[in-house]
Design a protein around this ligand. Structure first.
Ligand code: GBH
Length: 449
């Protein structure tokens, strides 16, 4: 047995997002979000599920913080519901909504857990969607006003700030594929949305710097390493395009102040232009303190001219293990990704802000949830994060997705990612075996392999 020790100051965490756990969707003055609207639209979510109640975390956060403490978490990553604090998206502040987050932060600090706040994890105020949502450049301005409000309220005590979670998902599943709120299917809109999201990120970082706050600020991207199905030229080209689409379209502007030119050309030809104003790319290209990475799977792709605008088809390698989401378990991809990011972009620090897996969990006769597959998944990924650290990549922390089972977007409650099992009939929380396992890892600060 080989012990892989993590750095002394390594951050062990778990993550959630407001719409996925809070519930209380219309309480205490909260405004409607695009996810309220979307989930209340018949046919959009599996089984007609909604986040109306979810894990009822809004009412049970004290109990939940106790569980986090039991696990020994160093940090808890959660998001703020913009319409809970600004029901109209701008203007009038809902003090009760703000108060919820102040109390949550207070509880966390008392428990010795560092809050890590995501400002936007997809629940845009519906009132702003009525004005065009993220396709409207003004939304970037309102986002910064909202961010400033939160910075001023919590900036003294919160050490880690994430402007956006996965702008790729907001842009494409949300505005090109219609699978996520607001359910738009327009590729050109999606490109404008991606740009405005990036712009709002850059503007929020500028604001954060101006306020001179003590914490660190960055952004979280869903990054998926892409591998070619074969080494023939067409497949390699397909691989490169897919990588530009999902990874570099966001990494390049943030770290280099430019969009990948080859893909931009294709978009110009096949989709149309989106509006980039004078110094937008300079604004997007702000120095960030860290890059947040959400890693779940890899993609294997091949060239297929009939497939999509890039002529790229995703294939599922045979004989591999897949999670309940149908995502390939490929822990080595995390190592490859970290090495690549360090080499190509060299962020000052990296946090794995999400990693985890959905499996079909059940409560056994002994009242416990024996989620061995999840433990194996997490352990294998931690091993690869550790290999990257050994190779010199500044990985500073690791957050499991998710602290608890929750509303898995278009899949509703059918997919369970949690360390903590939620019985949605009675809101009972049950620590899965993976939660006990994680507790020992945190306490020891090493894994064995
Ligand atoms: C994250 O999204 C979210 O941040 C979180 O809220 C969510 O609950 C969690 O993960 C689990 O889904 O689409 O087949 O081409 C992850 C979204 C999923 C986006 C995989 C990229 C690439 C594979 N990512 N996807 S595919």
């Amino acid at each position: 047995m080989h012990r892989r020790y993590f750095p002394e100051d390594f951050i062990w965490g778990a993550a959630t997002a407001s719409y996925q756990i809070e519930g209380a969707y219309n309480e205490d003055g909260k405004g409607e979000s695009i996810w309220d609207r979307f989930s209340h639209t018949p046919g959009k979510i599996l089984n007609g599920d909604t986040g109306d109640v979810a894990c009822d975390h809004y009412h049970r956060f004290r109990e939940d913080v106790k569980l986090m403490k039991e696990l020994g978490l160093d940090s808890y990553r959660f998001s703020i519901s913009w319409p809970r604090v600004l029901p109209e998206g701008k203007g009038q502040v809902n003090e009760k909504g703000l108060d919820f987050y102040k109390q949550l932060v207070d509880q966390l600090l008392k428990a010795g857990i560092d809050p890590a706040i995501t400002l936007y994890h997809w629940d845009l105020p519906q009132a702003l969607q009525e004005k065009g949502g993220w396709a409207n450049r003004d939304t970037a301005k309102y986002f910064v006003e909202y961010a400033n409000l939160i910075f001023k309220e919590l900036g003294d005590v919160v050490p880690l700030w994430i402007t956006h979670n996965e702008p790729w998902v907001v842009s494409f599943p949300g505005h090109a594929f219609g699978e996520h709120a607001p359910g738009i299917k327009n590729y050109q809109t999606a490109l404008q949305v991606a740009h405005n999201l990036l712009l709002s990120h850059g503007m929020a970082v500028q604001s954060f710097r101006q306020l001179g706050l003590p914490g660190k600020i960055g952004i979280t991207l869903n990054l998926t390493p892409v591998y070619p199905f074969s080494d023939n030229e067409a497949d390699q080209k397909a691989c490169d395009l897919q990588d530009a689409f999902i990874n570099r379209w966001f990494l390049d502007p943030i770290f280099e102040g430019s969009y990948p030119e080859e893909l931009h050309q294709i978009y110009r030809k096949k989709v149309g232009e989106f509006i980039i104003k004078n110094d937008d790319l300079e604004i997007i290209n702000q120095k960030i303190d860290f890059l947040g990475i959400n890693y779940y799977l890899r993609l294997v792709v091949k060239h297929n001219p009939d497939y999509n605008i890039f002529g790229v088809e995703t294939v599922k390698p045979e004989g591999r293990e897949y999670t309940e989401m149908g995502w390939e378990v490929y822990p080595e991809g995390l190592y490859d990704l970290l090495i690549r990011l360090h080499k190509d972009y060299a962020p000052e620090a990296l946090y794995i802000t999400e990693n985890g897996a959905a499996y079909q969990d059940q409560i056994d006769a002994d009242g416990r949830v024996h989620d061995q597959k999840r433990i194996a998944y997490l352990k294998a990924h931690l091993k690869n994060a550790h290999r990257a650290i050994e190779a010199g990549v500044p990985v500073k922390g690791y957050y499991i997705w998710s602290l608890m089972d929750n509303f898995e977007w278009a899949f509703g409650y059918s997919k369970r990612f949690g360390l903590i099992y939620i019985n949605y009939d009675n809101q009972q929380r049950i620590l899965k075996d993976s939660a006990y396992w994680y507790r020992t890892i945190i306490a020891k600060n090493y894994i064995e392999d």
